[in-house]
Design a protein around this ligand. Sequence first.
Ligand code: SDX
Length: 428
Amino acid sequence: MTQKSTAILDLGNGSDPIELPILSGTMGPDVVDIRTFHARSGMFTYDPGYLSTASSRSGITFIDGDEGILLYRGYPIEQLAMNCDFTEVCYLLMKGELPDRDQKSTFDNAIKGHSMLHEQLVKFYTGFRRDAHPMAVMVGVVGALSAFYHDAMDITEASHRELSALRLIAKLPTITAMAYKYNIGQPFIYPRNDLSYSENFLHMMFAVPAEEYKPSPVIVRALDRILILHADHEQNASTSTVRLAGSSGANPFACISAGIACLWGPAHGGANEACLNMLEEIGDVSRIDEYIKRAKNKDDNYRLMGFGHRVYKNFDPRAKLMRETCHEVLNELGLHNDRLFKLALELERIALEDEYFISRKLYPNVDFYSGIVQRALGIPTTMFTAIFAMARTVGWVAQWSEMISDPEYKIGRPRQLYTGTIMRDITT
Ligand code: SDX
């Protein structure tokens, strides 16, 4: 981070103009450093939703929303999705470099060594109703992990942060699959160390004590790609939640639980489930115009799920890769005439030709096709966001660890523009 120049701010109240450093990173927009602004002006800056705010410095993920570029530690997402598996990407996000053969083998074995849950935690599931949404279960169970890993943890120790990260990356597939099994009333299936990360997850999801589940390599590869595409995404709402929770020094398992809670919202990670439900509701190409009209109607807060993005004002590169994966999986499974996929392609075509979407730069995002792929893999709609959380856990914990190890970090404490009642006395 270097100072490139200086911004001069005249507050228009007769006070001396304020000089603010302009800082540059290695890529992307410069920033105006306003850390001393309140002390020198008595004012706050105002940016609800943080549309123009860089909340942190980070070297993990880079997004160029106008160009539709997404890099993990400098590598384009397209190259990672085609050439790596998910645990290689986990290693990259956490350590900054892709692993060599030995490093990958050691990392994979370390993950396998932490994939089981404490049996007491397994009992935690029975406290939920069988029809509890899997995301409610994930919030509860991941939060409960903080009760099992707390006393001996010193988050200022890099080795303790690494162990917490390994435990989270390793246990999330087990926790996620168990949420599904509990929901459908089947017995929990324990992880197996002879399987890859994605194979193991599919095993825990779909095997039963009476019968093994052997997924096709195409399905394993498709799930692995879905996990890679969802692994991290800069300072999105749930990652910012994890950082803010973690900035108080809170237990990392509790912080990841907070991230899961935030991801659940339909404006964020919940959009993949909402998008598939929307496609089911539209039902037929003939009804697309009716829904496009609703999405454009200012008096109707209806939005096309899977469209638009706070940062991407071009195609979300993940949506393109997800659409390709859709083609591959549906063709492999003989579902190339899948009704919803054809509906999604037509909805995308019509929306991208519509002035309302063009003028607002509303393109399909990562959630638009991910639901169709997951449904083709046999994953139930209610599990889509849980799988997003499972994938994003590595991004959350990598960003959390980067923050804790940054000497500049402080507890996050935004201020406000007060618009309430002015000071007054109680009159008896
Ligand atoms: C994710 O941040 C991340 O990185 C998130 C994520 C990640 O990997 O972590 O990428 C994952 O959350 C993807 C987004 C998934 N959400 C959805 O698909 C839900 C539908 N999308 C919208 O809710 C919306 O596009 C957001 C929330 C995603 C983005 O909101 P913005 O940038 O704040 O957009 P906006 O509300 O300022 O909208 C600008 C205009 C508005 O119209 P006008 O007031 O200008 O007339 O675009 C319209 C909006 O009404 N608009 C839409 C729309 N999204 C925005 N109109 C119809 N359908 C939509 N989907």
